[in-house]
Unconditional design. Structure first.
Length: 385
């Protein structure tokens, strides 16, 4: 029997450069987060239990104080088979700017601006690996609700959307049976994934409840997805595409682009990767009628026709210093999002991270118009045990 335990304790400090557009919004948010992880393996590593719990205590916005079981599952591996049951995180996708096919886990919206942080998803997962590829099947018995900022929080709508009240139920989620399937394999320079999911949508519509409050509504959806990557020397060609079917709308979305890496620039040991991606989504844009406090359209339609351009600097030093920078440009209107993310280890047990997001020139019919004064910086210091 082998066991492994680790703990991360971090403190982040998020500062918004302008006063909030809406009443009671704060400019500074400080917090402390705890993330213990435990892994126990036996039977020559063929059986294991994994636990990963996350909790945050935050000032400024009470909705950002929360906890979640990111992972808590049992897994058994026998031959070509791998079966697990419990709460897990599963990642699909290859692109940098948007992850269209990554829909198994719900987004923890109060944790990250870019949607990278996910909630644990209850599931039973079975995988079979063969010379013809990997086949994965998922039974999804429960739907998680997206976390959302509260009244004092930033990056929210003019009317507070309470994530604890929905047309589907109350609390953190509700029981609803669904499933998913994914096939992945490689053919020469190509790595391909084909996926299908039937469950509640991870994005939401906004509808009034019986009390007249605007609350999230998660409708059933079918989604077909493809993620494709081709590796040709220092160049990576990437594509993600989906076709989603739901009662409110059937739509298609696509991200296509590439990343070229210049290795060991000037014999310095530094690698520079340049990224370019085109984003397309044919959903209707979101519309907020301030007179009636009504929101129509999907909350997932931020990128109809956009271009992402950026880069990744890896210093390849003992401190694992890395910088990711980029800009997301609307090709039909003037909206822009500029971002910089940097991280560096301090000694063996500490890490510092800096994040900067600038939102600029958004017009009234764009999703980010509601957050137009919410540019911010964030400093995070983490200690590992």
């Amino acid at each position: 029997m082998e066991t492994d335990f680790s703990m991360e304790i971090s403190s982040d400090h998020r500062y918004f450069f302008k006063e909030g557009l809406y009443a009671n919004q704060k400019r500074y948010f400080g917090s402390i987060a705890f993330q213990p992880e435990f892994d126990i393996r036996w039977d020559q590593g063929e059986q294991q239990v994994v636990a990963d719990v996350f909790g945050r205590l935050s000032s400024g916005d009470s909705q950002r104080s929360h906890w979640d079981i990111r992972e808590l599952y049992y897994q058994i591996s026998k031959g070509n088979w791998e079966i697990s049951a419990g709460l897990k995180k599963v990642y699909w996708g290859v692109t940098e700017s948007v992850h269209l096919v990554d829909v198994i886990n719900q987004t923890d919206q109060v944790e990250s601006f870019d949607g990278e942080q996910k909630l644990g998803q209850p599931m039973v997962q079975a995988s079979y690996t063969s010379e013809f590829g990997t086949f994965e099947a998922f039974l999804l018995p429960y739907h998680r609700y997206r976390t959302l900022p509260g009244e004092k929080g930033r990056l929210r709508f003019p009317v507070v959307i309470d994530d604890r009240k929905t047309l589907n139920g109350s609390g953190a989620g509700d029981f609803d049976l669904g499933g998913a399937f994914r096939y992945s394999h490689y053919f020469g320079v190509f790595d391909i994934g084909l996926s299908y999911i039937y469950h509640r949508n991870r994005e939401f519509l906004v509808r009034p409840n019986i009390n007249g409050e605007l609350v999230p509504f998660y409708e059933k959806m079918h989604q077909l997805g493809i993620d494709l990557q081709a590796t040709t020397g220092a160049m990576l060609w990437k594509l993600e595409g989906i076709n989603r079917f739901a009662d409110s709308d059937d739509f298609q979305a696509l991200v296509v682009g590439g990343e070229y890496t210049f290795g060991n620039i000037g014999a310095s040991g530094i690698d520079l990767g340049l990224l370019v991606e085109f984003l397309y989504d044919n959903r209707k844009p979101i519309v907020f009628d301030l007179a009636s406090a009504e929101i129509t359209g999907s909350t997932g339609t931020a990128f109809q026709k956009d271009l992402f351009a950026g880069g990744r600097l890896a210093f390849n030093d003992t401190q694992d210093t890395a910088i990711l920078f980029g800009a997301l440009l609307d090709l039909e209107q003037n909206g822009k999002i500029f971002s910089i993310e940097g991280e560096r280890r301090l000694g063996q047990d500490w890490k510092i991270e800096l994040e900067l997001r600038i939102l600029s020139d958004f017009e009234e019919n764009e999703l980010f118009y509601f957050f137009r004064d919410d540019s911010f910086s964030q400093l995070t210091i983490a200690r590992f045990f």
